[in-house]
Design a binder for this molecule. Sequence first.
Ligand code: ZN
Length: 172
Amino acid sequence: MKAQRRLMLTRFLLSWRRRDRGKMLFRTHIAFGIFLVLLFLGVVEERILFFAVVLIATALVDIDTEHSRAGKFLPFRIVQFFVKHRGVIHSLTFSFVFALVLSSFYPLAGFAFFIGAGGHIFLDSFTRDGVAPFWPSKKVSKGFVRTGGRIEGLVFAFLVFVDVVFGVWRVF
Ligand SMILES: [Zn+2]
């Protein structure tokens, strides 16, 4: 019974990894988002708003895949029908235009959105599948990082460490 359960768990983890191929994990994006927030904390006034929008933006970029946290929500399934993963939404072009629109209502939110989404695209550009940051140009930027692999694990651990040290230094 125990062995069977272990086998099921292993299978689940493996399949989850396979389906997630080609993008960074949610947790890595969030850790990098927090780093970016800390980086800009000294120059923004409404810190809470900035923090929230950066993290939301960094999570939202993956709405174009049903295998991401954000993409699991029903309304985004409709988005996935129209755009392909790592297409237009995974581009700096889209982030910039969206940030510009947002800026006309609330400049800080626009800035925060671009920081969050841009950070996400920057990280994804190191993965094996890469991204096409300057859509509609199809030129792909890619690297050697495998999703959920050892390198991503190290990057995540490093980011958490930096976030904690940087965070303590910023706050105190
Ligand atoms: Zn992504």
